[in-house]
Design a protein around this ligand. Sequence first.
Ligand SMILES: [Zn+2]
Length: 366
Amino acid sequence: MAELLNIGELLDNIDMESYLDREGVTYKIAHGSSGTQINIKECPVCGSNSWKVYLNAETGLGNCFAGDHPPGENYSKWNFIKAWTGLQNGREIVNHIKTVAREMGWRARKTTSVEVVYDQTELKLPESTELPFKGRNLKYLSDRNIDLGTTGFFHLRYSKSGVFWYRNHDGEIKYQDYSKRIIVPIFDMKGELVSFQGRDVTDKSERKYLFPPGFSSTGKHLYNGHNALGAKQIVVCEGVFDVMATKIALDEEMSLRSVAPVGTFGKHLSHGSSEGEDQLNKFIQLKEAGLKDIVIMWDGERQALLDAVAAGQMLKGLGLVVRIAVLPPGKDPNEVAPSVVRRAYWDSIVVNNRNMVKLKMLAAKR
Ligand SMILES: [Zn+2]
């Protein structure tokens, strides 16, 4: 029996904020006269990186105000999802939307079986070389002070011309091009490969990061979380390269070597998923394994600090001691010296009622 599918109904079930969290999109919330707006850093249509995209949080309708944005290309939920995923085929977009709507609680009216959107159930990394290669690191990584040990620890690889193959719902074989990208494997809490990122090293690609379609729900994973099981103290960074930079900074100092760095993929924590498949659940697992203290070290801009405070309050609710590290304005851990990361760690401010004003004042001064 065919499923009755109403695309409008599916889209109604997609909450844009949750969608952006799921996909690891960088955004902030703005309250204005026209209601709550989502302000997105990077425009997936024109590539502008300067916070020019505004979507209505409820309807998903909106615009990009960047000068180079093609005229008339407005945003709706559908248009945003299409541009963000890069999917061309309408059926593939529908299937992606269906998967997301289902995660957010949508149930098909009539179904006979659970559909599998992508029938590739095994995740295979694009053809790539393990790094370091013959004892040498990739220039892109050494330029960013990522040493050989760290490169090996995070299982980084280089794809010269690799592709990711998958079969879409129509049975067509499709691929994504991972040429000239660093492959960053993403593991779940059991250490099993669940996704990966492909970071462009040419700085010419329109998309800095690529994710494999159907495996891209990085919003529910905690980067390096499996290596933090059993740690009493962790640092929560944003993005894989900040986790690497933070690990280097911690490892240089004997007294900080037991502190484990983990990473979110965006400055929000996913929570409230019915199957516990969200980031908050990963912190619960870490707590059960002995975690006591968390330092959140997102970047030093105003909104990032406010987001860190919000996430900190949520984590405090788990019965953990949470502190906020304050980096120099506009900087993230991979843009400062290791000593600055350590200083921010040591000087971090406990999230409690007494410090709330102080934290908000610090953010306001940015
Ligand atoms: Zn744009």
